[in-house]
Write a protein that binds this ligand. Structure first.
Ligand code: F6R
Length: 608
């Protein structure tokens, strides 16, 4: 989603802004632009499409200036044209914005009545004109910015530069993240510490309602009430190294292949191989789990499906009642939280707007909030009471792969600990479950060797217009995840269903050219799922079965099959995620889509 960068610098900043924007590309965007002060005057360069187009524009008409802002835009209001690209500006101020200004219509009407004219269809442009109006009214830039942002409703992070004010940069945050970077001779603003990593590792995060007024290396922060505020400067762990594809054609392929290693890192954090046992959870979590009456789980997209798998584990291993909902529903549903309950939020980016809002709501309602997060310095990692990190490393491909399986690894460890804390698992059970979990990286490495066979099957699937995924028990969320992965990167219409639901409607969709992907490890659900599979085949459906050797053998002849290593049923969700990811990846490849940055999608969904 939109990426922001700002520099109060001591050198020509256009190339530096471009470098920072490249580091924000992974968030997903469809236009980009930068603005600098050239001899005190605001100048802009913008382009629709990817950064290489902006690069061409900058080569044709270079931009000097030591103070500047840059933006990658993920369109919300108005198509991704050059006119809608940020920075938006008047003669006096230029702004870049991430988020949605909900009251932009009222503000625009007010400003039009005062003689302002607008060039774009965006909500963001109104912020530039509002600040400009307060400058016209005689306010100094910092005051004009503070007065203007106080009138904005919705979510935003904003960076601004001002005509005639060299070295002045103003940043504001409400709802969307904004980091402040402290250099030796320069100061920076950025959507995340990753964007700022090549310039500085000294970073502070603005809090809700903060406005930062930066003049060169002097920084003044004001809180939502306008009082001077201090925000702790942290040494960020974000790496300045550009994440490379390491010989793979796409980040997604690289990230799929990294899974044995990063799952290993995540498990190493939670499990003691000497036991094996669960060694580490957040402080206070075990007693909270022992007495919890219910656990509420919430997340979005793929992270939500990880949570669904978690529900099966918590119920089975810990006899812990779980309520689960997508964050965009939970936050508006007026949920009934149990007294002293616990609420778990799962997120790769740690910035997903709905997940963050649901966490804040749960906290306000007295829940102990726990977060499984991949980005350590993100808003959710900072705001949750208890932080359970995953160690997937930076995930650049928009489609989540390694973050998902690392979330499963953390959830599985957490569920075992809950089972022990609640007296449902013996030390022997803990040992055996942890031992199975520790085997996961090895099994996944084995599974990845089947890439060529999976590619061949995926190329057949790629010819379909519609695909159905079926699963039962913990394989049901995987069916949902498989369908999501396929549709988001190959644009093939796909749906996931609980296998038992087929007869209640979806079976009407069965036709010869609709592949049905059945995820069915040989576990307690196998016989039932295979009966559902037979019903599909009896109606001419062509089945691709994903199972272990015994399952494939017992199921008999199918259109195609993928054989997954045979393991303890507990860890099958981690293993079966891999063929599901590879199927989507190779189907997308066969269809020639943009695998790492699929159309319309963003990596970090910071608007609701
Ligand atoms: C799908 C995908 C999304 C994310 C979702 C939540 O491949 O990546 O569905 O899982 O947007 O994002 P995070 O985990 O950052 O909260």
């Amino acid at each position: 989603m939109c990426g922001i960068v700002g520099i109060a610098g001591t050198r020509d900043v256009a190339p530096v802004l471009m470098e920072a924007l490249r580091r924000l590309e992974y968030r997903g965007y469809d236009s980009a632009g930068i603005a600098t002060l050239v001899d005190g005057v605001i100048e802009r360069r913008r382009a629709s499409g990817k950064l290489n187009k902006l690069d061409v524009v900058l080569k044709q008409t270079p931009l000097a200036g030591h103070t500047g802002i840059g933006h990658t835009r993920w369109a919300t209001h108005g198509t991704p044209t050059e006119a809608n690209a940020h920075p938006h500006s008047t003669a006096r101020v230029a702004i870049v914005h991430n988020g949605i200004i909900e009251n932009f219509r009222e503000l625009k009407a007010e400003l039009v009545a005062k003689g302002h004219s607008f060039e774009s269809q965006t909500d963001s442009e109104v912020a530039a004109h509002l600040v400009s109006q307060y400058l016209d009214d005689g306010l100094a830039p910092g005051e004009a910015a503070k007065t203007a942002v106080a009138r904005l409703t919705g979510a935003y992070s904003i960076a601004m530069i001002f005509k005639g004010h060299e070295g002045l940069l103003v940043g504001a945050r409400k709802g969307s993240p904004l980091a402040l970077g402290f250099g030796e001779t320069e100061s920076y603003l950025g959507s995340d510490a990753f964007a700022l990593a090549p310039f500085t590792n000294r970073v502070a995060y603005l809090e809700e309602g903060d406005v930062a007024v930066i003049q060169g290396i002097d920084v003044a922060i004001f809180d939502a009430a306008g009082r001077p505020a201090n925000r702790e400067i942290k040494i960020t762990t974000a790496s300045a190294a550009i994440v490379e594809k390491a010989g793979h054609s796409h980040f997604m392929a690289k990230e799929i292949h990294e899974q044995p290693v990063v799952i290993g890192h995540t498990l190493a954090h939670y499990l003691d191989p000497a036991g094996p046992s669960v060694r580490r959870l957040g402080v206070g979590l075990r007693p909270a789990l022992a007495s919890a009456t219910r656990l509420t789980i919430s997340a979005c997209g793929t992270a939500y499906y990880a949570g669904m798998v978690g529900k099966y584990w918590f119920e089975k291993l810990a006899r812990l009642a779980v309520e689960i909902d997508v964050a965009s529903e939970l936050r508006y549903r007026d949920p009934v939280y149990p007294e002293h309950g616990a609420a778990l939020f799962i997120t790769q980016s740690g910035e997903t707007a709905d997940t963050l809002a649901a966490l804040r709501d749960a906290k306000a309602q007295g829940q102990t909030t726990i977060a499984i997060v991949n980005v350590p310095e993100s808003s959710i990692a900072r705001e949750a009471d208890i932080n359970l990190p995953t160690y997937a490393g930076p995930e650049i491909g928009v489609a989540s792969t390694k973050a998902f399986t690392c979330q499963l690894a953390a959830l599985a460890s957490f569920a075992i600990a809950a089972g022990v804390a609640r007296g449902h698992l013996t030390a022997e059970d803990e040992k055996s479950l942890c031992a199975s979990l520790l085997e996961t990286p090895r099994h996944i490495a084995e599974l990845l060797k089947q890439e060529a066979q999976i590619k061949a099957v995926a190329e057949k699937v790629a010819k379909a217009r519609d695909v159905l995924y079926l699963g039962r028990g913990p394989s049901y969320p995987l069916a949902l995840e498989g369908a999501l992965k396929l549709k988001e990167i190959s644009y093939i219409h796909a749906e996931g269903y609980a296998a038992g639901e087929m007869k209640h409607g979806p079976i009407a969709l069965i036709e010869e050219d609709v592949p049905i992907i059945v995820i069915a490890p040989h576990d307690q659900y196998f016989e039932k799922t295979i009966s559902n599979m037979q019903e599909v085949m009896a109606r001419g459906g062509k089945v691709l079965l994903i199972s272990d050797a015994k399952g494939v053998h017992m199921a008999g002849k199918t259109w195609a099959s993928i054989t997954v290593p045979t393991t303890n049923a507990f860890i099958t969700p981690l293993l079966y995620a891999v063929p599901v990811q590879l199927l989507a990846y190779f189907a997308a490849l066969a269809r020639g889509t943009d695998v790492d940055q699929p159309r319309n999608l963003a990596k970090s969904v910071t608007v609701e």
